[in-house]
Unconditional design. Sequence first.
Lengths: 444, 444
Amino acid sequence: MRRILIIGSGKSTSYLLKYLLDKASLESLFITVADIHIEQAVQLIGNNPNAEAIQLDISNDALRTNLIKNADIVVSMLPAHLHIEIAKDCIRFEKHLVTASYVSAEMQLLDEDAKAKGLIFLNEIGVDPGLDHMSAMQILDRLRSEGAEINTFESYTGGLIAPESDDNLWHYKFTWNPRNVVLAGQGAAAKFLDEGSIKYMAYNQLFKQTKPLQIDNFGDFEVYANRDSLKYKAIYGLKNIKTLYRGTIRRAGFCKAWDVFVSLGMTDDSYTIEDSEHMSYRDFTNAYLPYHNTNTIEEKLRHQLKINDENLWNKLLELDLFNANKRVKLKNATPAQILQKILSEPWSLSQYDKDMVVMYHKFGYKRHDTSHQTNASMVILGETQTFTAMAKTVGLPVAIATLAILNGKITSPGVQIPIAKNIYQPILEELQQYGIIFQEKEIF
Amino acid sequence: MRRILIIGSGKSTSYLLKYLLDKASLESLFITVADIHIEQAVQLIGNNPNAEAIQLDISNDALRTNLIKNADIVVSMLPAHLHIEIAKDCIRFEKHLVTASYVSAEMQLLDEDAKAKGLIFLNEIGVDPGLDHMSAMQILDRLRSEGAEINTFESYTGGLIAPESDDNLWHYKFTWNPRNVVLAGQGAAAKFLDEGSIKYMAYNQLFKQTKPLQIDNFGDFEVYANRDSLKYKAIYGLKNIKTLYRGTIRRAGFCKAWDVFVSLGMTDDSYTIEDSEHMSYRDFTNAYLPYHNTNTIEEKLRHQLKINDENLWNKLLELDLFNANKRVKLKNATPAQILQKILSEPWSLSQYDKDMVVMYHKFGYKRHDTSHQTNASMVILGETQTFTAMAKTVGLPVAIATLAILNGKITSPGVQIPIAKNIYQPILEELQQYGIIFQEKEIF
């Protein structure tokens, strides 16, 4: 029996656990899921004798270290900032570690210790980061082996709603963490490479300056820039890259409407609104508009932001932003918290809603003095509210990598991400069995 | 001999010191100016036997406490965050203290100690804060004593360039701290009261949503909102106020053009630009605009921000924003630092330039069931580059208050600001002798 410890039971537990349970007998696995909330895990495990769910408060050092000590490999699905304690335990008790999160500076510091003890600390093995790395590197490595000189790399990902459940004007619902959606893009300007020059894009331009995207059979999308695309030059070895851009996918028309909230300041999380508890949604909207003795709040908003696009305007109406009867009911709330509350109703998933994960890469390159462009796209649809596309694209790569480490198929020790061929190749191959497949298209 | 210690010799030392030197014999004063840089003070003192300039690094505890111990009253003209050490020394050695800065939370904590020892800690006695408090409270108190119910109070201040030196398209030069001008308005949204409702205005709306202002003989201005106007409700006792707004004055047309920098993100101080040192001004501008294979940078900027106002466009041209030969020459600079550098040449004061301080209050009120409006405005012109309007309006109130405390004309102890009649009345009266006079005008 090899013992797998999964700490943290979140939205992507479904596929992660199902994959391991399905292989448990054949591969002699025993899986322990540990979290404060274990209802979902208990349900997924059912009567399976190869798994258990244990309630764990991760600040409980005795129980946590005992669980880790008894495991052969640890998977941390906790929020990113909580990995480090687990990682230190893994060093101490000499256990491999898998996470789907970005490598933090603190995590990176453990590289030497992990190498010295022969431990594999594999991070960024979810969807984004994760699938994006693996699928991009697979094509980049292949093109380079064929003599291509890569000059353009663009990579977009989005968590969206499946076409069959797409029933609002924004073509969007919260399929993952709503707070991250509301705060997306804040902080320092986005930076990327555009035909050889570094470009900076401020938050208040981010949703105004989008790129269009079309995907066969799925229609029109648009993309806004992620925070820092420049660092991928080194990560992907894109030495002579001229254009390097990573972005987030939304349905066409989303960003210009979202920019209304950015422009008014409704996504700000840095101060609280006075008496937010008793405000109506209409009061909240009016707090960002000047007094006028005859114009309505609707008229004031249209005037201030010069809105003459009826599609955009109807998106705002759909959200109940002007409703005088709905109350915020949040004490000392920031604008971002209030906006999230307003969006939570129209954008919540109903029982039969299915989600969709879209990923798209664009590769521009020269080979034998001619220019080429190849695109690769992936669209994954959710099956149920538990077995979502997001859970699948995060959970399966984590699960496959975990078993691959246990089975000695991934061997190089240290803190790492899945950009080496010997890691991404077998994982991508196995993912195809689950329908996680990229469609490649040579444009010219 | 009464000993006055002035710590910090900045731009407002000229009038502050001149006032005290002029009264030194008659009033038996000996004035010590202490700072790291004492050149200006040395020059202003000349052969006057009633004053001295001493070089002081304020982290030199021995020298600093010795100077404070020997003084009868201390004036701190240091940057606001440096007052607190001086203030604690003043408690310890039982000295009165005068500053022109906002009362910090730390300063407020000394109120009890100051009162227990009978010490006067008078703050916010410059121009803004300072003259604004005194002139507003004088009119508010008078109106209220006449039975007025105040429903509107707006108060604007601006440090500008005198009409005779107004020779650029922005009608603006740096007459005070350029960094503060570049960063103005950042952080949490501005908040104010507008006809009974609290309004929030995000940074990216601040320079778009201005109020027009006309002043007799001086023409057209405009006003953008200051950070927090709400707190003045309590400070000025404006119980039933419906509209409460404080703002900063610029010449008409300035704000819409400044908003170009805000929109692009050029005022951001939170990250550094790569290779800023070798960038040309044109490169810097281009870093905020997308690549285009035929359009010029000028065309890209006009297109992106939809600029069709030629006056605004000419303002941008005037700043050399598109100059490919001028280099930034600042290592690891933030956008805000680079913008300040670009502005520093066209907006620097030349030898004979004179500045201008403008202050304006609007009072709306009801008396005997009829509505009234009274405005009060003050325009002060600088005399030289040393004896500026800014130095006068900051330095003279500080100087007059300092002598008034020494002479026992201000007696109430504690941490305070000049909103009590017994403080503002004699100071405003004396300021009139120096031409600091408000013109009142009943509108209806």
